[in-house]
Design a protein around this ligand. Structure first.
Ligand SMILES: [Zn+2]
Ligand SMILES: [Zn+2]
Length: 346
């Protein structure tokens, strides 16, 4: 038997004993070591839904996971007992138009960890396909392995924005995804990155990670500040990670002529006022991000080679038996937390 943190209904998480999973020939058994707590986990806990994904049955949350291989299936060739791995959370069909063209994050039949009706990784052990377990290099630990998930979102955002050396960028929202996006941009040679948020702690973290300047939207007009800092030109890439109407609107103001807006944060409600005229007059484009694709190996390499210190975003660590406390902490102490990680051995 093993322990699992099951959300029996929104707002309630219980630790229950479950059968140990059995592996198929193409799978490995992973002892989960660390799992990042994501904003989506918190949303399922508070609201029981994210858009069209609705929690109807008890569900295990957690999709940012890494652990140790403790058993391998008959057909597994690339992994051995003892390997540390990061779990890429979406198991795709491999057959649809999107999978076949490499855009597997758009697969309509994906089974994504902790997205109803699929269970997630707040469990001691999980049976998982070999090809979705990416081995961590020597010297990399499972906290870093778990954080590859949000880092992959940051890399995908940078890619969608055609990040390249010499460009300038603004990141609206300095939560986990804002910070991992900042890390991805810096790793790709972008130095002029401006970050905005409402929480000082998160902005301080952005500064520590390497933002050129940070602005708290509570205390100043961030559009004016960024325009001032860029000679009134705006930035080549504006990345929206807050999922708020006001930040979506700011994108049209901040983008430079010919630049790109990348929408990463998902606004809970439709944004009704957006200045498309302003966008057109600059011939700027809008692109979006849904999860990520083909990025795990590169993101792991970047962390393994110390190009990125992804662990610096971790502000709090809780144990498996405290997942409910961790979620409550994220809700009640938002201004004092950046990233919460669950240590599954505690
Ligand atoms: Zn996540
Ligand atoms: Zn597919």
């Amino acid at each position: 038997m093993m322990r699992a943190a099951v959300m029996t209904e929104p707002g309630k998480i219980a630790i229950v004993e479950q059968e140990m999973p059995k592996i198929k020939d193409c799978e490995v058994l992973v002892k989960i070591e660390h799992v990042g707590l994501c904003g989506s986990d918190v949303h399922y806990y508070t609201d029981g839904r994210i858009g069209d994904f609705v929690v109807e049955n008890p569900i295990i949350l957690g999709h940012e996971a890494a652990g140790k291989v403790v058993e391998v299936g008959k057909d597994v060739t690339s992994l051995q007992k003892g390997d540390l791995v990061a779990l890429e959370p979406g198991i795709t069909c491999g057959k649809c138009e999107f999978c076949r063209t490499g855009r597997y994050n758009l697969c309509p039949d994906v089974e994504f960890l902790a997205t109803p009706p699929y269970d997630g990784a707040f469990v001691e052990y999980i049976a998982y396909p070999e090809d979705m377990c990416i081995k961590l290099p020597e010297g990399m630990d499972t906290v870093e392995g778990a954080l590859i998930e949000p880092l992959a979102v940051g890399f995908h955002a940078a890619n969608q924005g055609s990040a390249a050396i010499g460009k300038s960028a603004a990141i609206l929202g300095s939560g986990t995804i804002g910070l991992t996006t900042l890390m991805a941009l810096l790793a790709q040679g972008i130095r002029d990155v401006y970050v905005t948020d409402l929480v000082d702690l998160r902005l301080a973290k952005a500064k520590e990670v390497g933002a050129k300047e940070v602005f708290n939207a509570k205390n100043c007009n961030v559009v004016e500040e960024i325009m001032k800092a860029t000679n009134n030109e705006g930035v080549d890439i504006v990345i929206e990670t807050a999922g708020a109407e006001i930040t979506a609107q700011q994108c049209a103001e901040l983008v430079k002529r010919g630049g790109t807006i990348v929408l990463v944060g998902m606004a809970a409600d439709p944004v009704y006022r957006f200045d498309f005229g302003k966008l057109q007059a600059k011939e700027a484009s809008i692109t979006t991000v849904f999860r990520y694709r083909n990025i795990y190996p590169a993101a792991i390499k970047a962390v393994g080679e110390k190009l990125i210190d992804v662990k610096q975003i971790v502000s709090d660590v809780f144990g498996l038996s405290e997942v409910d406390k961790a979620v409550e902490h994220a809700i009640n102490h938002a201004a004092e937390t950046v990233k919460i990680v669950i240590d599954m051995n505690k």
